[in-house]
Design a binder for this molecule. Structure first.
Ligand code: URA
Length: 292
C-alpha cells in the first residue's frame, strides 16, 4: 500500500470518527465517491474521493439556481455534522497530507515544485477561491503570493480581515504545466479541474465557510459549472452546496485593467460579502473607489 493511500485511509477513518463523535450516524455517498474509493486518491485514476457532504446552509440575500459542475453534483449529498475546532484541524491536516503526495495528474505532479494546498484560518467564515497557482505560488507553496496575490491581500485587508483570518485556496492545487515555457500561465483544463476538485470540496466541508468569494471566471466555472462570463456573473449571489458564493473579478484582471470603475465593482462585491457576514462597514470604507 502506498504512503499516500495509507494516509488517505487514516485521514478518512479519522474524519469518520470525528463525524461519529459529533453525532453523525450515517453519511451519503454518491456512486462517484464510492468509485473514488476503489482507486487510491493520489494515484492517477480520474475517480473522485470526496467523503463529506455539504456545508451548512446560510441564506444569501438572493439566489439563482446554479448549474453545478459534474464533480459538485457527484458530491452534493447531505449537510455534514458541524465539526469542532479540533476535529477540523485533524481533518484538514489529514487532507493536506493526502494532497501533498497527490499524483492524480502525473504531468502536473512531475512539473510542480510544490503542491499549493491553501492558507489561512480554517475556522474563518470567509473563503476565497482562485484558479490555480502561478510560478510564484508554485515556488513558495502558498496561494496568491505573486502580484495578483498582493492585490488580493490588499482587498482582504481593506475588508477588515488579514490573510490569517480568511482562508485562501484554488480550484487546482498544482501549477498548470507549460512545457517548453519558462514563464507564463495557462488555464487549467476541465479534466484537471474535475480531478482536483475533491480536495477543494473536502476543504469546504471541513471549513464550512459562511461565504465563498469566487475569483474570476475559472473559479466560477470550476465551482459552479457556469461559463456565462464573469462580467455578467459578478456581483450576483450564487449558492454552492448551501453556501452563498459571490463571483467577482480575479485580481489579475484588476492589474491588467486599472480603471477605477473596475476596482469599484470588485469593492461593491466585497461590500455585499461584508453585509452578508454582518461585518460593520464604515462610511469611508463604503465610499472607496468612488469618483470624488
Ligand atoms: N492566481 C490564482 O488564481 N491563484 C493563485 O494562487 C495565484 C494566482
Amino acid at each position: 500500500m502506498s504512503v499516500g493511500y495509507q494516509q488517505l485511509i487514516e485521514a478518512t477513518i479519522q474524519h469518520l470518527e470525528d463525524l461519529k463523535a459529533q453525532g453523525a450516524r450515517f453519511i451519503n455517498l454518491s456512486p462517484e465517491t464510492l468509485e473514488g474509493f476503489a482507486s487510491p486518491l493520489g494515484q492517477p485514476s480520474g475517480g473522485t474521493a470526496d467523503v463529506s457532504g455539504r456545508p451548512q446552509a446560510v441564506s444569501p440575500p438572493t439566489q439563482s439556481a446554479p448549474r453545478s459542475s459534474p464533480v459538485a453534483e457527484a458530491s452534493a449529498s447531505s449537510a455534514p455534522a458541524p465539526l469542532n475546532r479540533e476535529a477540523k484541524e485533524t481533518a484538514m491536516a489529514g487532507l493536506r497530507a493526502r494532497a501533498m503526495v497527490c499524483q492524480k495528474c502525473p504531468q502536473l505532479a512531475a512539473s510542480r515544485k510544490n503542491v499549493v494546498f491553501g492558507v489561512g484560518d480554517i475556522h474563518s467564515p470567509l473563503m476565497f477561491v482562485g484558479e490555480a497557482p502561478g510560478a510564484d505560488e508554485d515556488e513558495r507553496g502558498e496561494p496568491f503570493v505573486g502580484k495578483a496575490g498582493q492585490l488580493l491581500t490588499k482587498i482582504v485587508q481593506t475588508m477588515g480581515f488579514t490573510r490569517d483570518t480568511v482562508y485562501i485556496a484554488n480550484i487546482l492545487k498544482c501549477r498548470p504545466d507549460t512545457p517548453g515555457q519558462a514563464v507564463g500561465n495557462r488555464k487549467p483544463t476541465a479534466g484537471e479541474m474535475k480531478t482536483c476538485l475533491p480536495y477543494l470540496l473536502a476543504q469546504l466541508d471541513i471549513i464550512q465557510p459562511k461565504v465563498i468569494v469566487a475569483l474570476g471566471a475559472t473559479a466560477v466555472e470550476g465551482l459552479l459549472g457556469e461559463t456565462g462570463g464573469i462580467t455578467r456573473l459578478r456581483g450576483h449571489w450564487r449558492e454552492f452546496r448551501g453556501v452563498p458564493v459571490m463571483p467577482t473579478y480575479h485580481p489579475a484582471y484588476l492589474l491588467r485593467n486599472e480603471a477605477l470603475s473596475e476596482k469599484r465593482k470588485v469593492w461593491e462585491d466585497m461590500l455585499q460579502v461584508l453585509q452578508l457576514l454582518g461585518r460593520p462597514v464604515g462610511e469611508k470604507q463604503r465610499n472607496y473607489f468612488l469618483k470624488a
